[in-house]
Ligand binder design. Structure first.
Ligand SMILES: [Zn+2]
Length: 233
């Protein structure tokens, strides 16, 4: 049995397993923190607030106008009741009617303007609502793609782990320990394949004797430059 070959295969499986883990984490992150949805929701709720506040301004103006009209009616009925005869008082009532007429006209103009603002806010809210729905629909499709990818990866994990275990079982404890330490210290690459008589990881030239040993011996041969286990197919 060639230990370096077994370790090389184990490294291939371990690398695959790490990639699967990283992808699972990434999928969870994408689904949890969806900036587009958060932004579309914020925009919609802002539009709702503006709409509500403009509507309440319009209602205020309408209430003020109603009050002034009521006051005008009272003034008018006083004026024509025949009870007030004093010319100064009558003049005051006339003046008050005119003042109320002006106030009512001004309020009605403001109401018209406020109505336009409410209509505009209503349209903006409707747009924001449609945009949010569109984002949510699109995300549902995207997320369902991500979820099925996640399910697929999770289903593959036991198979990869079983294959890893078969390889680990073929190794003696020392070789496995050395491999694991090198995986940690050499950035996830403990075994380097020899390509064109050079170390596939650091590129240093390997002696013919070491190449021969890496190929045939069950003893592990290390790159004299980077310290990785050498494997020759
Ligand atoms: Zn090397």
């Amino acid at each position: 049995m060639n230990t370096s070959f077994t370790l090389f295969r184990l490294q291939t499986q371990d690398t695959l397993r790490m990639k699967m883990n990283a992808r699972l984490k990434e999928i969870d992150r994408i689904i949890a923190a969806d900036l587009e949805v958060i932004q579309a929701k914020a925009k919609f709720s802002e539009a709702q607030e503006i709409h509500k506040s403009r509507e309440s301004s319009l209602n205020d103006l309408a209430a003020q106008a109603r009050e002034k009209k009521l006051k005008r009616e009272l003034t008018q009925s006083n004026l024509f009741s025949g009870k007030v005869r004093n010319p100064k008082e009558l003049q005051d009532l006339q003046a008050e009617t005119h003042a109320l007429d002006r106030a009512i006209a001004k309020l009605e103009e403001e109401q018209l303007h406020a109505m336009m603002e409410v209509e505009e806010a209503d349209a903006l809210e409707e747009n924001a609502r449609k945009e949010l729905q569109a984002v949510l629909d699109r995300k549902a499709t995207e997320n369902s793609r991500l979820m099925s990818e996640k399910n697929k990866i999770e289903a593959e994990i036991p198979l990869v782990d079983a294959q890893r275990q078969v390889l680990i079982d073929q190794l003696d404890a020392d070789s496995f320990r050395i491999y694991r330490n090198l995986m940690k210290s050499k950035a996830g690459r403990a075994v380097a394949e020899i390509h064109d008589d050079s170390c596939g990881a650091c590129g240093v030239v390997i002696t013919p004797a070491d190449i021969q040993a890496a190929k045939s011996s069950s003893k592990m041969i290390y790159c004299k430059n980077c310290g990785r286990i050498l494997y020759k197919s």
